[in-house]
Design a binder for this molecule. Structure first.
Ligand code: MV4
Length: 666
């Protein structure tokens, strides 16, 4: 077994490989780009080697730099992970030439499976069922046209060197075929440097079922059962599971036999995935992937095997750890890919800082494979995956229940994510019935992309309660720090002369603004909400969570605040609100002048500081009442108050300078 390996990847898969190496006592070398200098995978490895600037072509795709790192660190083997160089035959060859073990299949197997046409020819010889089609050497228009006639329309034109659906064109009539061939050739030549095409019968609504296979260097090949990867969006897998739901036993057995035959036909070594389409009770080979796939954890969860450990042992020349007879399926596992992307914005990547990041608690039923930590940046340089959330239970419905709960508990603030979208898929009745197919998202689009709705009373009550409790805590802090801690002016209870203590909070979200009038009560707050009145009370606990009691209904929610923005994370929903505070906006409007002005005409209800007092950014300085709302003037930065222009009870005009302020070092 190796004593040190280099992990030629980043993110969650690099962390995942490092975890197995640590468990096996194998030293690890990380490689990183400048964008990943502080990344989690670097910290998880024993050593780290800088590859270069962030772009993958200047870092993680630089085989020469990776091999130099292996030589300089004495790594005996390289684990490529997935993506990057994991299916690059030239890199696998360069490893062999550098006398470094490439943890994966032979360059020949990578090359053979990299060509759809060649892989189909090999599978045909091995008796593996193929989609009816043509994958011959004669690439003339006439040959392809004749093939399409023979197959029957609609047909699918595919690039032989393509993958993941790139360069695929559905053709419904003979008249459309010449242009489709021309376009597919052009695209294949530019994308893959190879314009070889194949023509297949188009399957309208297939399931995507794939078989995990494993071969060792002693000629043994086993399978570790199948995965269903049908829930995809534009060839990007979203949810995967094992075993495939509602697959007849005889199909399952035949598919496994075909997959093993496929791997044996090419003397496959290492972890591999044989991909099939399944439709109308029949399955068809489409391609074989010569890497450890993103979704391998669901196979690990139902077999209890560590596939990276298998890879390391096989690459070190050991026989497969188990025989086929030793392997069996236990329970059901589902994986959801958590991404920093915006479903409402066409699933475009969402770049930003993970201001708040709290995965669900891991255990025997929940696994989180991630490569990011709180405050990390999701950059545009790489795939914006946040984590793979994997759940397991004794059966599919139990696993599904765990998935829904785990998704609800996955908290991410700072970037848009697909968490709510994933929750929608997991909660969809059709998914619950196992009606999975590659057209699932298209079919149920209306359910999966609901209209955004305004914050309801429940959310508004939580937001108001959080604001009030934090103000109460802030006032307490200020009172304690002031010379007169027991002054009634420090009590944030909306006190008014000859009037009920109340104030109004205005919250804004995508749907507009909503007001909450707050009436102070000895035991909490009576809130007048758009839909009625509720009694709210609670506390901010030590972790910063809001422990709320709204009309006796108690629950803990996380509220992440930044300035006037609040994100309420409650049962999987992320409610984004902004506290509309004209005074704060006024301070923002003119923070530099040193003067803090009245955002509108009003009356000074509280003066919380005096001339010469030092304050921190955000500290409340003065409170105005205007439009039946209370507006707190806060310190725009750390600094000190130099002059206070008004006293409690004074009327002030819009724009009147209220206090003079000097920023620290200003
Ligand atoms: C197909 C197909 C329908 N008919 N081939 C091939 C690459 C794979 N990632 C997508 N591929 C497909 N090949 C024939 N003859 C439909 C797809 C396909 C698909 C397959 C599985 C899972 C998701 C998919 C999404 C779009 C298209």
């Amino acid at each position: 077994m190796f004593s040190k390996i280099l992990i030629a990847n980043r993110g969650e898969i690099a962390c995942r490989v490092a975890r197995t190496c640590r468990r096996l006592g194998i030293a690890t070398v990380a490689v990183y780009s400048d964008a990943d200098a502080d990344a989690m995978h670097v910290d998880l490895c024993d050593e780290a080697w800088r590859l270069g600037p962030p772009p993958a072509r200047d870092s993680y795709l630089r085989g020469d730099a990776i091999l130099e790192a292996a030589a300089r660190t004495g790594a005996q083997a390289i684990h490529p992970g997935y993506g990057f160089l994991s299916e690059n035959a030239a890199f696998a060859r360069a490893c062999a030439e550098a006398d470094v073990v490439f943890i994966g299949p032979t360059p020949e197997a990578i090359e053979a499976m990299g060509s759809k046409s060649e892989s189909k020819r090999l599978m045909e010889r091995a008796g593996v069922p193929l989609v009816p089609g043509y994958h011959g050497a004669d690439q003339s228009d006439a040959a392809l046209l004749a093939a399409a006639e023979n197959i029957g329309y609609p047909v699918l034109v595919k690039a032989s060197a393509g993958g993941g659906g790139k360069g695929m064109r559905v053709v419904n009539t003979p008249a459309d075929l010449p242009a489709a061939i021309e376009g597919a050739r052009r695209e294949a030549a530019s994308a893959f440097g190879d314009d070889t095409l194949l023509v297949e019968k188009f399957l309208g609504a297939p399931r995507h079922v794939e078989l995990q296979v494993f071969g060792d260097t002693h000629g043994t090949v086993v399978h570790l059962f199948e995965r269903d990867c049908s829930i995809q969006r534009r060839h990007q897998k979203v949810i995967e599971e094992a075993p495939a739901p509602n697959l007849p036993a005889e199909v399952r057995a035949a598919l496994a036999q075909a997959g093993v035959a496929a791997a044996q036909a090419i003397g496959y070594v290492g972890a591999g995935t044989v991909e099939f389409l399944y439709q109308d009770g029949r399955f068809y080979f489409i391609e074989m992937n010569t890497r450890l796939q993103v979704e391998h954890p669901v196979t690990e969860m139902i077999t209890g095997q560590d596939l990276v450990e298998w890879q390391l042992r096989v690459a070190a020349g050991e026989p497969l750890p188990l025989t086929q007879a030793d392997l069996s399926v236990s329970g059901h596992a589902i994986e959801a890919r958590v991404y920093a992307e915006d479903p409402a914005g066409g699933f475009l990547p969402s770049i930003g800082t993970l201001r708040h990041l709290r995965p669900p608690t891991e255990g025997p039923h929940v696994r989180v494979d991630t490569g990011v930590r709180p405050k990390d940046e999701v950059s545009m340089h790489y795939d914006p995956m946040i984590a793979k959330l994997v759940v397991w239970d004794a059966d599919r419905l139990s696993a599904l229940r765990r998935l829904r709960t785990a998704l609800e508990r996955y908290q991410v603030v700072g970037v848009a994510t697909n968490l709510e979208f994933l929750g929608g898929v997991a909660a969809h009745p059709a998914f619950g019935r196992g009606e999975v197919g590659t057209r699932f998202i298209d079919t149920h689009e209306a359910d999966l992309f609901p209209e955004t709705t305004a914050a309801d009373d429940g959310v508004l009550a939580l937001a108001a309660l959080d604001v009030l409790l934090r103000r109460q805590r802030q006032a307490g802090t200020l009172a304690a720090a002031s010379g007169d801690p027991h002054s009634p002016w420090h009590v944030p209870n909306g006190w008014r002369l000859n009037d009920d203590n109340h104030q109004t909070l205005v919250f804004r979200d995508e749907s507009g603004t909503q007001a909450v009038t707050v009436h102070y009560r000895p035991t909490g707050y009576r809130l007048d909400l758009p839909g009625g009145t509720r009694l709210a009370r609670g506390e901010i606990d030590a972790s910063g969570d809001l422990v709320s009691d709204i009309d006796g209904f108690r629950r803990r929610v996380t509220v992440v605040r930044q300035g006037l923005d609040l994100v309420i994370l409650d049962r999987g929903r992320h409610h984004r609100l902004t506290l509309d505070d004209p005074a704060a906006r006024a301070a923002d409007r003119d923070p530099g002048a040193g003067g803090l002005v009245a955002p509108m005409p009003g009356k000074v209800t509280r003066v919380l500081v005096e001339a010469g007092q030092t304050v921190d950014k955000g500290d409340p300085l003065m409170v105005l009442e205007a439009m039946k709302m209370e507006h707190t003037i806060t310190a725009p930065a750390d600094g000190s108050v130099t002059t206070v222009h008004f006293e409690t009870g004074d009327q002030v005009a819009d724009g009147a300078p209220l206090l003079d302020f000097e920023a620290k070092g200003g």
